[in-house]
Design a protein around this ligand. Structure first.
Ligand code: UD1
Length: 685
């Protein structure tokens, strides 16, 4: 069992859930998300990880399934629950009421039963102002206080009220034990200011803001304003719109309140609204201002069930939870627009396919394919921020496995992976930094190669954040919080892949910064094995390579560096046709004399070219780093591939640079710097 104290967030992949998770992490809470993804996307979880730079465990669980939920409660030390999961479309609830009752009510019952079985008694419930129904049926009930009698007018609203009543009954049965905060939301709008997470409604949006956003990006023709004959300032209905980030903060406030009162037990409801009402046309104007132009609209008849005014009296939350809204409708519209421009189709991205990669029932690792169906398709996964596949005009050009478990096996020779924190060899696994001697585990005879036990190739990276940055150009960014290892200092690693489909180019950019400590050592590279042979060729035989260097690093008998550079032999200066066994290459060639820690400003210089005349494929490897290791894969030996199934070209810093004064500055990262480098694989066919 994990020993941290977790907040379990049901429906955490959804709109309000994801924003609340972002706030929870920002406030130092550890979260675990359960969601059945019926109306949400795992993409939001991947983005939350990048946004918060934090691992957020996710489990695909339907709350109505007791055993699945029970399993999650057994895996984590859960302190409290925030319960968002539920169906929420008013119109739909009138069509399929049984599904609403089953999902929302049964889901909550099972959740409460599992909580009880595991001794978890704190819950924040996501309710809605919809439980009040039409508050204008009473005189002087606007703004609406929590004391307003309830009276929902649709099945969705009745499921929310029924759940509130279940919570009250349960609390009544054992008053000192149960702690429930019922939050009645008014109209949540907007998106996270980062533009990374937001609302992504399935099908035609029901709500005002998502509908307007789709009109603004021309997914819909015009906005229909449902009636302008209400008794308001401009004839359109009044609602209390609340920025989703404010709303998310309300949950933190409620959680703290429950903590403070957990000894006496409680069940209490709070309105989460601003106390300020806006008409439909006021919100329309605000959104048009954010977009920078007027979007088309047409006034049509009233929508059934709509009422004149639903504005909150938020005093109780202000007084007791010490919470009130800080953001207004203009800010919400600006943030919504940022999210919409960056994600016109929500979390779905044209040309990108993403599936779970792990077949063992875990859901934290994905297979992302960019350029699906094009002449340049590249796939990645979280373990090692690994390049799983590159296909050029349908032909695979790198080695890769089909399952995550294969990447985790001991006989995986770093296939396609990011290598770090320190690629290549360190003599005797030993180095000195800031006057202290560090000893790493040795995994290569007397030396340490590719960081040994803490090697990145089996580490699970956060994300990725996938973006379509230009026509045919995508970026896929992974993060790794590399803390508490044998290396000095904790670092944050960013691996950014840019897939340029028209150019058939994969550009890799590495960045490393120190999170804790005075300094560390770093050398990052990618360990793809290329095989340019015609369809699934088993050997690199017949491929012709050209090494673009005149010097190489002189090696010791254990493949470490003497510290000297020597001329490369004449036969390696010419094109080399790789034979079935020869030449066996595992050498470090010199690209340029460079000792900067961040080489990203350098030009991409050609290091190696490779051509296979049978397949017609050509590869050019360029990079910004001082050297590159060329390896003909002679030691590959696993269930899928044998020796010389692929060759590598690993740009990086000089071998064992940390132990050689004249190279050392290229690998020492201190607080005020960034580590950086770039590698590019360009293909021609
Ligand atoms: C609805 C739900 C409510 C839910 C809330 C947030 C109903 C009756 N209530 O509230 O239970 O908690 O969403 O998800 O559906 N409008 C237009 N054109 C549109 C859409 C809306 O003019 O295309 C107007 C509506 O008439 C209303 C206002 O915009 O006056 C807000 O509508 P909407 O966003 O759907 O929220 P509510 O109806 O207030």
């Amino acid at each position: 069992m994990n020993t941290k104290n977790y907040v379990l967030v049901t429906g955490g992949a959804g709109y309000i859930g994801s924003h609340t998770v972002a706030e929870l992490v920002a406030n130092g809470y550890e979260c675990v998300i359960v969601d059945n993804l019926s109306n949400s996307s795992y993409e939001s979880v991947a983005r939350l990880q990048v946004l918060t730079q934090h691992q957020i465990p996710f489990h695909k669980v339907d709350l109505v399934n007791y055993n699945d939920l029970d399993r999650v409660f057994s895996m984590y030390d859960i302190d409290s629950v925030i319960h968002f999961a539920g169906l929420k479309a008013v119109g739909e609830s009138t069509q399929i009421p049984l599904k609403y009752y089953h999902n929302n009510i049964l889901g909550t019952l099972v959740l409460l039963e599992v909580m009880q079985a595991h001794g978890v008694h704190k819950l924040v419930f996501s309710s809605s102002a919809t439980v009040y129904g039409d508050a204008t049926r009473f005189p002087n009930m606007i703004p609406i206080p929590e004391e307003c009698p309830t009276g929902p007018i649709n099945p969705y609203g009745r499921t929310k009220l029924a759940i509130e009543e279940i919570l009250k009954d349960l609390h009544d049965s054992d008053k000192k034990t149960w702690n429930f905060a019922i939050l009645r939301y008014f109209n949540p709008i907007g998106a996270h200011p980062s533009g990374l997470i937001g609302e992504d409604p399935l099908g035609i949006p029901n709500n005002l803001l998502p509908y307007m956003a789709q009109v603004a990006v021309k997914r819909r023709e015009k906005l229909f304003v449902f009636g302008d004959d209400y008794d308001s300032r401009d004839g359109t209905p009044i609602r209390d719109y609340i920025h989703v980030v404010d709303l998310a903060k309300g949950h933190i406030a409620a959680l703290k309140y429950l903590d403070e009162h957990s000894q006496e037990g409680l069940c209490r409801e709070w309105n989460l609204g601003s106390g300020h009402g806006s008409t439909v046309m006021e919100v329309y104007d605000s959104f048009c201002k954010a977009v920078g132009k007027k979007i088309p609209f047409e006034v049509v008849g009233r929508r059934a069930g709509d009422v004149l005014n639903l504005t909150a009296k938020p005093d109780r939350a202000a007084l007791e939870l010490k919470w009130k809204t800080q953001l207004d409708v203009d800010i919400a519209c600006r943030d919504l627009w940022r999210w919409t421009v960056g994600n016109p189709f929500g979390y779905e991205m044209r040309g990108v396919r993403s599936t779970f990669f792990n077949n063992d029932g875990e859901y934290d690792s994905r297979l992302i394919t960019v350029g699906k169906g094009s002449a340049f398709e590249v796939s990645f996964t979280n373990v090692g921020a690994t390049i799983v596949d590159i296909e050029v005009c349908g032909q695979p050009v790198v080695l890769g496995f089909e399952k995550e478990s294969e990447y985790l096996r001991d006989d995986n020779p770093y296939i396609g992976a990011t290598i770090g924190r320190y690629a290549n060899r360190i003599k005797n696994g030993e180095f000195k930094l800031d006057g202290e001697v560090f000893q790493l585990t040795k995994n290569d005879g007397s030396n340490t190669n590719h960081s040994a036990v803490q090697s990145y190739h089996k580490r699970k990276f956060l994300g990725p954040l996938v973006r379509n940055v230009d026509k045919g150009i995508y970026t896929v960014q992974f993060l790794l919080d590399d803390s508490h290892t044998e290396f000095p200092g904790d670092v944050l690693i960013k691996v950014n892949y840019e897939v340029n489909i028209p150019k058939k180019e994969l550009l890799i950019e590495y960045e490393g910064i120190l999170l804790n400590g005075n300094s560390t050592i770093m050398n990052l590279t990618n360990h793809s094995y290329f095989n340019l042979g015609a369809f699934h060729s088993e050997s690199i035989e017949g491929t012709e390579i050209q090494i673009h260097a005149s010097k190489q690093v002189e090696l010791t008998s254990s493949s470490c560096a003497t510290g000297k550079l020597i001329d490369i032999p004449q036969r390696f200066r010419e094109k080399i046709t790789l034979g079935p066994e020869d030449p066996k290459l595992d050498y470090c060639f010199v690209s340029r004399n460079e000792i900067a820690i961040d080489t990203r400003k350098n030009d991409l210089k050609t290091m190696l070219t490779a051509v296979n005349s049978e397949s017609g494929l050509k590869l050019v490897v360029t990079g910004t780093d001082p050297s590159f290791q060329v390896y003909t894969g002679d030691f590959i030996h696993n269930q899928k591939y044998g020796p010389r199934a692929g060759f590598c070209c690993e740009p990086g810093r000089f071998i064992d640079a940390v132990n050689h004064t004249h190279w050392r500055n290229a690998v020492i990262l201190t607080k005020d710097q960034s580590y950086g480098s770039k590698i590019c694989y360009k293909f021609e066919f």
